[in-house]
Design a protein around this ligand. Structure first.
Ligand code: SF4
Ligand code: SF4
Length: 318
């Protein structure tokens, strides 16, 4: 077992003193305005579940799934209650019992499956104009026809016409010319940059190169696995972690940069938790991998020592 299970978090669950500090920072509580939508409410629900006072009912599952895993509650909790670990553990229980929503599984599998996901999203990017009116971005996109499993009021982001990694595939895997004095940096794109915001990926590569780095974009990289972790699919997330490990280990990299905060959390922290029970060799490999991961801004300022913006239009750090 890797990533904590609900029963191993029992003592931390009882650290919640019901102070309610988390309610004031929880975005879902701010919208729903009911106790089970807050971190305190979810912690209480999980305690009740462990004490066999309640079951994995539809209502329990709904409240556990409401959390967007922003961690604002954890950061403000005076008793260090590990709310994210608790919610992820509850989602593992839900997944193991086969009670996870089909739509959530489908999204996770889509991003996690290199071939099916990429090809399906490619088709979707070609036909998306049939389902969305051409309206200015700021007015939101409105569906013409109902889509299965997608809430009518939900705005879907527009898929990129050319996916980031697909575009790189047509060029070259290694991005800039090698110079031994340059820091070697691997760029981890993640699904949002790959499928929706490739311009952020391109801009990140430009900034890194202008900062003097030798940048590699390993094309075998995959989804970071956070969607799988988010629905409690630990085996699926492990598979993706291993795939990414192999993709980046081929290059002798000093750093691995990401411009996505969620991917950063996955690569830095969750990979180690996922593979914690998989033997000493693998643990060393994942430790080595995770120690190199940096958010791009962290890398530029702390590791590359950049104090002036390497490209015009960016504000220098103060
Ligand atoms: S802030 Fe922490 S201790 Fe207070 S209610 Fe929320 S989870 Fe419990
Ligand atoms: S992590 Fe979940 S429970 Fe905590 S503040 Fe964010 S949405 Fe609320």
């Amino acid at each position: 077992m890797s990533l904590s299970s609900l029963s191993t978090l029992n003592s931390q669950l009882s650290n919640c003193v019901l102070c309610g500090t988390c309610r004031s920072v929880c975005p879902t509580f701010g919208v729903i305005n009911r106790e089970p939508a807050s971190a305190r409410g979810k912690v209480s629900l999980c305690s009740a579940f462990l004490n066999k006072e309640i079951t994995l009912s539809e209502r329990f599952i709904k409240h556990i799934n409401e959390c967007v895993l922003c961690a604002a509650c954890e950061e403000n909790c005076p008793n260090d209650v590990p709310v994210i670990d608790i919610i992820l553990a509850a989602r593992q229980e839900i997944f193991k019992k086969g009670k996870t929503d089909f739509s959530r599984i489908a999204v996770s599998k889509f991003f996690g499956s290199e071939k099916i996901g990429r090809n399906a999203l490619k088709v979707a990017s070609k036909i998306q104009n049939i389902f969305f009116k051409q309206v200015p971005e700021e007015s939101g996109l409105h569906r013409r026809f109902p889509l299965p499993f997608v809430h009518g009021k939900r705005l879907a982001p527009r898929l990129a016409e050319k996916f980031f990694l697909e575009d790189r595939r047509q060029k070259t895997e290694v991005r800039s010319k090698k110079d031994k004095s340059q820091p070697r940096i691997g760029f981890f794109a993640g699904c949002l940059i790959n499928y929706i915001y490739p311009n952020i990926g391109e801009a990140s590569l430009n900034v890194l190169e202008k900062a003097g780095a030798f940048v590699v974009v390993p094309l075998d990289q995959s989804c970071c696995g956070m969607p799988a972790i988010g629905i409690g699919d630990i085996e699926g997330a492990k598979r993706l972690a291993l795939k990414n490990l192999e993709a980046f280990e081929k290059y002798e990299l000093e750093y691995i940069a990401t411009a996505c905060a969620t991917c950063g959390d996955g690569l830095k922290k969750r990979f180690k938790e996922l593979l914690a029970d998989e033997g000493e060799d693998l643990q060393k490999r994942v430790e080595n991998f995770s120690s190199k991961v940096r958010d791009i801004t962290e890398l530029l300022v702390n590791d590359l020592g950049i104090r002036q913006s390497p490209v015009s239009g960016l504000r220098s750090p103060s």
